[in-house]
Write a protein that binds this ligand. Sequence first.
Ligand code: BGC
Length: 411
Amino acid sequence: MNKVLKFPPGFLWGTATSAYQVEGGNKNDWWAWAYKKTPVFILKMEKKVSKAGKACDHYNRYEEDFDLAKSLNQNAHRFSIEWSRIEPEEGKFNLEELNHYRSVIQALKKRNIIPFVTLHHFSNPIWFHKKGSWLNKNSSDYFKRYVEFVMKNLKEEVNFWITINEPLFYAFWSPVLEKAYLRSKWPNPLDMFRAIKNLIQAHKKAYEVIHKFGSKDVKIGITSFYTYNEPYQNKLINRGLAWIGDYFLNKYFLNRIKAHQDFLGLDYYHHYLIKFDLFRLASIFNMSADKELSDMGWGIYPKGIYHVLKELQKYQKPVYILENGLADARDEKRAKFIADHLYWIHKAIEEGGDIRGYFHWSLIDNFEWDKGFWPKFGLIEIDYKTLKRKPRPSAFYYAEICKNNQLIFNS
Ligand code: BGC
């Protein structure tokens, strides 16, 4: 039976990207890492490290990409400003690059697409990296200085700002890897907490700066990689581990910036099934326990987004889902993935959740960090030889939802 699920008037329908993954030609710490000799343990993980190179050349083709987004009925778009372009050398700011992003913002607005701008999406200038990156005790002040430059120039151009993408996940993952990659040694686990402390400060300082220079309507948040942690068979030990995971992975950062955010940005991809096993400690947090998996082996668990949205209600802030998607080269699962997640999002709205937008990851195929180009997250396929863009069937399916502000759900 078909059910028509209407979304609230003014609901935002969009897609998201990040600079290093789509622009091409960026020289930041990821670029430096890819050109270094690959350490052995990474070789085991991924066989070889790819280089982003010219990626999707979105830096030059953003107008074409936004035309496509418009033709697919999207009314919002999230992208990031690349810090290493704006401040390629310490304290030396590049106005030309800043004006490039002004043109990107204007290109969106001209098409009636609302821009959501991220100021930090996993990549740093090389000079910042050389100073120890987010482990440097002054890192939050360096970030603040960059944000000040951006805000003094862009002022009222943008209403929605994301200071830092998934800071907690990034701190778990990136400084640890950075140290290992670039200095070729294993890091001290305490580094992670030092990085988190600095990222919290960086967010708070950026929040003040954006409110100081931005328009009166400006709204600021972070995005959280927030997972639903499900204890296997509801056993006590699994419940305890799920609670610990939930506290550190989901709530630790958010609880510390409560007074410094105007909305919550949610990135939801998968859930964890938590099962304690003394002999398989590495798989206690299992992200592949579902029947359906994406090309990257991540479980597909749409109901998880409902649980997460219910939990986020306690923060009493509007929520924007700023990333949700899957790697699916054959586009066999994407349309159903979108429908099933939207079904649960709609249920959370019906039950009183203040959820104001959905941004699919991603508008176009792109460079997936340590994995390279093989995971295909795009509604639009990129032929990396010709850089031709071609919407996949699921892009048209999503376009219908965006156009009608409703989901026709086949239950
Ligand atoms: C990141 C994206 C990434 C996506 C898929 C998110 O956590 O923000 O940059 O491409 O996950 O792995």
